[in-house]
Design a protein around this ligand. Structure first.
Ligand SMILES: [Zn+2]
Length: 619
């Protein structure tokens, strides 16, 4: 759903930041009410470090750097998407939501239909599980696993019989084949015409989004039944299901997370359900993917502590080490719980009980410490060489987390890490700085950092708009200027130009944000895109691009040179980028073949080169 900027502005103007924040936090007036301070809810704050500014209608925490306007506050505090935030604040201000444009309301209606068909399917599966004679083995299996009736009801467990068009027949009078297919409940047959149901003869775990809407299913094979496609499989992604965003069990865990201010993340829905049944209620599961930053951002809104639970075997430990690398920069108390080898949470709880499990959770090491132990186990710490390797691995981990740079969190980690490596804090700090500046792209380096020079902690400066543009930068800027002017074109751009086609890392970062917003089904307008940005440097560059677009009159050019809706300017920019992709890949091929020196490929190399040059001439 997209809303006009007029309406967003109206909502903004009807929402007073001081009263909004005051609803959930105690505000202390300062400077005669010109400013307020409060405890920051986004980090563990003991000394009020958040300031609220009535004149600028904004807030900012001086410790963790969270900040923004009323929308930012609600998005972060309530873990809502932008459209949900607008709806939330509109309701609060007693404003009626405006009519949407035709395209937007169509998209909205389509998603509503998918939610409806998925909810209906959930009911069919659940009733079949409870009542049907065909579901007897499924029921036996579930009770053998130890799930009681309350759990079956709460998680709405279901069953699809061994019948390849059972669901299609039931749906006949209510839902179209198209809706069933789009929601990934049926799929095209490989060998003959027609469709078959997607989940056949499986116990089904409905997957809900945070608003408790059914978005997908996970299917578990019944032991002893014919195996088709693995023990577990999930719905494919659909317009309403993105596995990098959805966490299984979140609606059920919400209260538990709020009460304990912490959340456990396990690797599958069966374990998640088992934990809940044992009374460990603050548990969610990822769905066949590692915990992503998107997941983590969602969880941060409710929990101060995120505990990732992994098996003690090698696969589990390697997965945990990798996840730590991705998430170490997140401003949340991240921990890794390793279960004794061979045990999953379900086994462990059954054998040892909730108390013992809770004790393991409480003892779970912090993410950096887990990673340290992991590296030490791998390389040892006895010889100079092994110690050097561990130091480098650890510092590379920290250097990779750009969000961490210059934060208190980083200070704390370094202070604790130094003694374990038997180094001074100054020494590892210097080395970290060296690794950081070495891994930064050449063009953004200013002066080389002197070893003894104190490290100035500041946000990485983005230079794109502060120096003459290269030809490559210019092409990329042009596409972004168009997208910031007419964001409706982003969908089309996304189909033709990937983020990897961009060479400049900062412009690429912006393009990625634009595409992420598109993927959410929203229009990546300037306001929407900048709302996704935490770094002010990136915001600065985006403001500059939008200004450029205005100065160049891009809006006018897009309209003037349009050929029945398809703008010539837009086409030219897309084609130029596509051509550059081809040139670069041609060069890379050529180089690779020249390097490998495989003489027998000479003919195909010449043929490829000739084809390339023919295209170039025809351009
Ligand atoms: Zn804070």
């Amino acid at each position: 759903m997209d809303l006009s900027s007029d309406f967003k502005e109206l909502v903004r103007s009807r929402t007073e930041i001081v009263s909004l924040i005051g609803e959930s936090t105690t505000l202390i007036p300062e400077r005669g009410g010109a400013e307020y301070k409060c405890l920051c809810p986004f980090h563990e704050d003991t000394n009020p470090s958040m300031r609220v500014y009535p004149d600028r209608q904004s807030f900012r925490c001086w410790v963790c750097d969270e900040g923004g306007d009323v929308f930012t506050w609600v998005m972060k505090r309530e873990a809502l998407s932008f459209p949900e935030t607008i709806r939330f604040l509109a309701e609060r201000a007693h404003l009626e939501m405006p009519e949407q444009s035709k395209h937007q309301s169509e998209q909205f209606a389509r998603k509503e239909e998918l939610h409806a068909v998925l909810k209906w399917a959930e009911l069919q599966f659940h009733e079949c599980f409870l009542k049907s004679t065909e579901a007897k083995d499924a029921r036996d299996y579930i009770s053998r696993r130890g799930y009681n009736q309350q759990t079956v009801d709460e998680f709405r467990l279901g069953y699809h019989p061994e019948d390849w068009d059972w669901l299609q027949r039931k749906a006949k009078t209510q839902f179209s084949i198209d809706a069933l297919q789009q929601s990934q409940l049926i799929r095209k047959q490989d060998d003959r015409p027609g469709y078959s149901d997607y989940f056949v003869d499986r116990v089904l775990f409905p997957i809900h989004d945070e608003r408790k809407r059914t978005v997908a299913f996970g299917g578990r094979l019944i032991p002893g039944h014919k195996e088709r496609g693995g023990k577990y499989f999930n719905s494919k992604e659909s317009p309403v299901f993105h596995k990098s965003r959805v966490l299984y069990g979140l609606p059920n865990a919400r209260d538990g997370i709020r009460d304990t201010k912490s959340v456990l993340v396990v690797e599958g829905y069966a374990d998640c359900v088992a934990c809940h049944q044992f009374g460990v209620r603050n548990v969610v599961a990822t769905l066949g993917t590692a915990l992503t930053e998107l997941h983590c951002n969602r969880l941060k809104a409710f929990a101060q502590k995120v505990v990732m639970v992994y098996d003690g075997d090698d696969a589990g430990q390697n997965a945990a080490a990798k996840a730590v690398g991705m998430l170490i920069g997140q401003s949340v108390d991240l921990r890794v719980l390793t279960l004794p080898e061979g045990a999953d949470p379900d086994d462990y709880l059954k054998t040892n009980g909730t108390k013992a499990f809770q004790a393991l959770v409480d003892k779970a090491p912090e993410a950096w410490e887990f990673r340290f132990n992991y590296e030490v186990k791998k390389y040892g710490l006895d010889s100079i060489n092994s110690r050097e390797t561990v130091v480098t691995e650890m510092l590379q981990l920290l250097a990779g987390a750009s969000d961490l740079q210059g934060t208190t969190r980083e200070d704390i980690i370094l202070t604790r890490l130094a003694p374990r490596l038997q180094l001074t804090e100054g020494a590892i700090r210097n080395q970290l700085q060296r690794i950081r500046s070495a891994s930064r792209p050449q063009q953004f380096q200013t002066k080389p950092v002197q070893e003894e020079q104190p490290v100035i902690e500041q946000e990485e400066r983005i230079e794109v708009h502060r120096r003459p543009l290269t030809k490559d930068d210019r092409m990329e800027c042009e596409l972004l200027e168009i997208l910031l002017t007419e964001p409706e074109r982003a969908e089309q751009a996304r189909q033709e130009i990937g983020v990897d086609d961009f060479l400049n890392p900062h412009l690429r970062e912006l393009l990625q944000i634009v595409y992420d917003v598109v993927e959410l089904g929203e229009v990546p307008s300037f306001e929407r895109v900048t709302l996704e940005m935490e770094r002010n440097e990136l915001k600065g560059m985006t403001v500059w691009l939008a200004d450029q677009a205005r100065e160049k009159g891009i809006e006018h050019k897009l309209r003037e040179n349009s050929d029945g809706g398809a703008s010539i300017l837009f086409r030219q920019v897309i084609d130029a980028l596509k051509w550059r992709r081809e040139v670069l890949s041609h060069k890379a091929d050529f180089q690779k073949q020249a390097m490998s020196g495989e003489g027998n490929d000479a003919l195909s190399m010449l043929q490829k080169a000739a084809a390339f040059h023919r295209k170039r001439v025809q351009r």
